[in-house]
Design a protein around this ligand. Structure first.
Ligand code: NOJ
Length: 542
């Protein structure tokens, strides 16, 4: 099936609705200059892969200047590229080259906090009267010296650090090297307007917005109440409900403002929020009325669900029911913060990986693939001595951190995996590139890579798969069936058994099982559809 895009599609206002997005973690994508760290030239060098695969947009995890206490999520200069990755000219070239291939480039915006090396914070900590003091959240300790309130950092420990020079505490919802910005300060808002325009004016198609639900905190800095058994796991783990340090009502005003800026561009710049919330009702709120806040908000309950028909179907049904009219879901199974789907969902079983990918690419909404998903890449091999993620360093071995999902992309079987030249020490271990890599899978049409490419092409060839309504259909236990509009049915078997499904209409146009009799392109399903273990099929027609 052809992957060529219909002319004009790229200039559509809602290009991302029919599109497939792909997250690049630049440090681990491709190392063009041989220093063991991926870079922007490496991304340019592999645009052909992305075009061949059929993706419409890439989201680059942060490439702004950073001392890397949290690998780019601690920004020291929002308007320049970190030398590890290249420079502004290389980024401009990436945008141009990607555009030529019909691929748009999104960047990562980190508005909740800066690096402690950012010039604003460097100035803010010099004195209580410093010019940028109020860019951050400062408070006196309690009598006796305890921090100002009971908030805990997402990365463990108190969310407050004492600044010896001025004798006050500053807030950090992540590392102490990531001081939280004060979004009550209009000057902070103006500064970010400038940052948005800086990138959008250069042709950046939008932003993934880091913890966008957290940027505003309770103005009175009230203590969070204790959590209880009914609360989300993370709140139970930290012993408190995140009532006053996240999801404050005032954050919606900030997002509405960003949306109004985004809509001034043609096409509007895309706002893809990292809505790190546990309740679907809360997620839905970040879409506003359906057209005045985020265009897309990541669905963490979906990412965190088990690979099971009932659990996933329930989340999708609830999401569909809760999102306001005009809103568009987003589905993803991996990112740089969670174990890759091939490990977490599939336990290394390619049948399960293919099923999961079929699900992501056939639901109503924008799929976001994480680099490596397309070859079913599992988490990388990380030993204690390899750990560079500060969260892994803090919690090892109870939690090994996020390095396993950040290991370099294996492009080929040779030493260095085509990521770096042979003999180069990579920033995280590559594992055995001969075990699984892009080049080998590209030579094998029935590989996971070949399957993902065909699925993306099928999406493009069947507009119902990107545009039409979702409806759950009756299905036997362990099977999830849904229709997309009148013409497309998807049947996914999340069990180890062969299951007979009746009343499934249409002809099979694709199966996730390369061994399906009649070939993976299938044929008429007949009155009863036999779905093999962990097999998914797409059917078209009455
Ligand atoms: C979410 C990002 O995805 C994660 O990698 C980062 O550590 C935190 N936000 C803090 O910026």
């Amino acid at each position: 099936m052809e992957t060529a895009r219909p002319p004009g599609e790229v200039s559509e206002k809602h290009w991302w609705r029919s599109g497939v997005l792909y997250q690049i973690y630049p440090r681990s994508f491709a190392d063009a200059n041989g220093d063991g760290i991926g870079d922007l030239q490496g991304v340019i060098d592999h645009l052909e892969h992305l075009e061949w695969l059929g993706v419409d947009g890439i989201w680059l995890s942060p490439v702004s200047v950073s001392p890397n206490a949290d690998f780019g999520y601690d920004v020291a200069d929002y308007c320049d590229v970190d030398p590890d990755y290249g420079d502004l000219a290389t980024l401009d070239r990436l945008v141009t080259e990607a555009g030529r291939r019909g691929i748009r480039v999104l960047m990562d915006l980190v508005p909740n906090h800066t690096s402690d090396r950012h010039r604003w914070f460097q100035d803010a900590r010099t004195s209580k009267g410093a010019r940028h003091r109020d860019f951050y959240v400062w408070a006196d300790g309690q009598p006796g010296g305890a921090p100002p309130n009971n908030w805990v950092s997402t990365f463990g420990g108190p969310a407050w650090a004492l600044d010896e020079t001025t004798g006050q505490y500053y807030l950090h919802n992540f590392l102490p090297e990531q001081p939280d910005l004060n979004w009550w300060n209009p000057e902070v808002r103006d500064a970010f307007d400038d940052i948005l325009r800086f990138w959008w004016d250069r042709g950046i198609a939008g932003f993934r917005i880091d913890v966008c639900n957290m940027v505003i905190k309770d103005a009175a800095l009230r203590d969070n109440p204790p959590s209880g058994p009914g609360d989300p796991f993370i709140e139970q783990m930290f012993g408190q409900r995140w009532l006053y340090n996240a999801n404050r009502p005032e954050v919606h005003e900030v997002i509405r403002h960003w949306r109004s800026l985004a809509e001034r561009y043609d096409p509007p710049r895309l706002l893809l929020g990292e809505t790190n919330v546990e309740e679907l009702g809360t997620l839905a709120e970040y879409y506003g009325t359906g057209n005045d806040e985020l265009h897309l908000g990541f669905n963490f309950p979906f990412i965190e669900a088990p690979l099971a028909a009932g659990a996933l179907r329930a989340i999708v049904e609830d999401t569909e029911a809760l999102l306001p009219d005009g809103a568009w879901p987003v589905w993803t199974g991996s990112n740089h913060d969670v174990s890759r789907l091939a490990t977490r969902w599939a336990g290394g079983d390619d049948h399960k990986t293919r099923l999961a990918l079929m699900m992501l690419l056939t639901l109503r909404g924008t799929p976001v693939l994480y680099q490596g998903d397309e070859i079913g890449l599992p988490d990388g091999p990380i030993e204690r001595g390899d750990v560079v993620d500060p969260v892994g360093q803090r919690f090892w071995p109870a939690y090994k951190g996020r390095d396993p999902e950040r290991t370099p992309m294996p492009w080929g079987p040779s030493e260095g995996g085509g990521f770096s030249a042979a003999g180069v020490a990579t920033w995280l271990p590559l594992g055995d590139p001969a075990a699984r890599n892009v080049a080998d899978q590209r030579a094998e049409p029935d590989s996971v890579l070949g399957f993902v490419r065909r699925l993306i092409a099928l999406r493009r060839g069947q507009p119902a798969l990107s545009a039409a309504n979702y409806r759950s259909l009756d299905a036997p236990d362990g099977v999830w069936c849904f229709s997309r509009g009148e013409s497309v049915t998807v049947a996914l078997n999340f069990s180890d058994r062969t299951v007979e499904c009746d009343a499934v209409a249409g002809s099979i146009v694709m199966s996730s099982d390369p061994g399906r009799p009649g070939g993976p392109a299938g044929g008429p399903a007949g009155p009863v559809l036999d779905l093999g273990p962990w097999e998914g099929v797409v059917l078209v027609g009455p």
